[in-house]
Design a protein around this ligand. Structure first.
Ligand SMILES: [Zn+2]
Length: 86
């Protein structure tokens, strides 16, 4: 029975270590997001009011991934310049 308790103790320590590493990585990602913010800008009207286009029309086309649409002028394109905002 001593061996059984020893194994469970090691397993618990292992899970705690994994949990600490995962928590540390998640907290690092959150802090990095706060420091730098990526902003997509419309190439037509240079507005930063750009959102990913997930409409039914885009899903029917070949380029259904990484498609963005400008909310100001309605310009939709795959290529939208991305800038880092401080
Ligand atoms: Zn635009």
């Amino acid at each position: 029975m001593i061996n059984f308790y020893y194994v469970t103790f090691i397993v618990i320590l292992f899970f705690i270590a994994i949990w600490i590493i995962l928590w540390d990585r998640l907290s690092n990602k959150k802090s990095k997001k706060l420091q730098t913010k990526n902003v997509r800008i419309c190439p037509k009207c240079k507005s930063d009011d750009v959102s990913p286009d997930f409409s039914i029309k885009t899903f029917g086309e070949q380029s259904e991934f990484n498609k963005y649409k400008c909310n100001k002028c309605g310009h939709a394109s795959i290529f939208f310049p991305e800038l880092t905002k401080k």
